[in-house]
Design a protein around this ligand. Structure first.
Ligand SMILES: CC(C)(COP(=O)(O)OP(=O)(O)OC[C@H]1O[C@@H](n2cnc3c(N)ncnc32)[C@H](O)[C@@H]1OP(=O)(O)O)[C@@H](O)C(=O)NCCC(=O)NCCS
Length: 139
């Protein structure tokens, strides 16, 4: 299995995968998210391509200390075959190669079932509440 950086031409397919796996939200533009990650030196989107089809992704980026994973997704027809674990490990290696000492990710409350998956990969609750505020709307 080959893990490569997503190309700009493959963004449409990646977004289709994110939609199929329930990762998109109306207030986020996944096309812009992907393009931004590819255009920024401290982030990327990793992908597994099979027969010209994007079957798995992980967006990864860092601020020097913390690395973050987003859009961890596997084609529903391929789930349960180890692809998700492989992608998380590949994204983690991408961070390790850049000297980043920590990896984190956010799981939406409604997706708590996936916590098992990450716990098996060694992730633990950081006992932190994440606060956020949109900067693209008037306050
Ligand atoms: C979560 C996801 C990436 C896992 O990918 P995958 O290829 O199915 O995972 P793996 O085959 O590597 O599974 C590893 C283990 O985690 C378990 N697991 C996978 N998904 C799980 C889930 N949703 N809930 C509970 N356990 C899960 C598997 O049973 C497997 O256990 P095993 O080794 O004992 O068989 C995939 O299910 C997916 O795309 N889900 C929808 C998108 C999503 O929720 N992404 C995470 C956003 S935070």
């Amino acid at each position: 299995m080959q893990i490569s950086q997503l190309t700009a031409q493959q963004i449409n397919q990646a977004v289709a995968l994110w939609e199929a796996t329930g990762l998109t939200r109306p207030w986020n533009d996944p096309y812009a998210d992907a393009q931004r990650a590819l255009d920024t030196p401290t982030s990327t989107v990793l992908a597994v391509i099979e027969e010209d089809k994007v079957v798995s992704t992980a967006m990864v980026g860092h601020d020097g200390h913390r690395g973050w994973l987003y859009y961890v997704a596997v084609d529903p027809l391929k789930q349960g075959t180890g692809l998700g674990s492989t992608m998380v490990q590949a994204a983690t290696s991408w961070l390790v190669d850049r000297g980043v000492p920590k990896v984190q990710l956010m799981v939406r409350n409604e997706n708590a079932a996936v916590l098992n998956f990450y716990e098996r990969l060694g992730f633990v609750d950081q006992n932190v509440v994440v606060l956020g505020k949109r900067l693209d709307a008037s306050t």
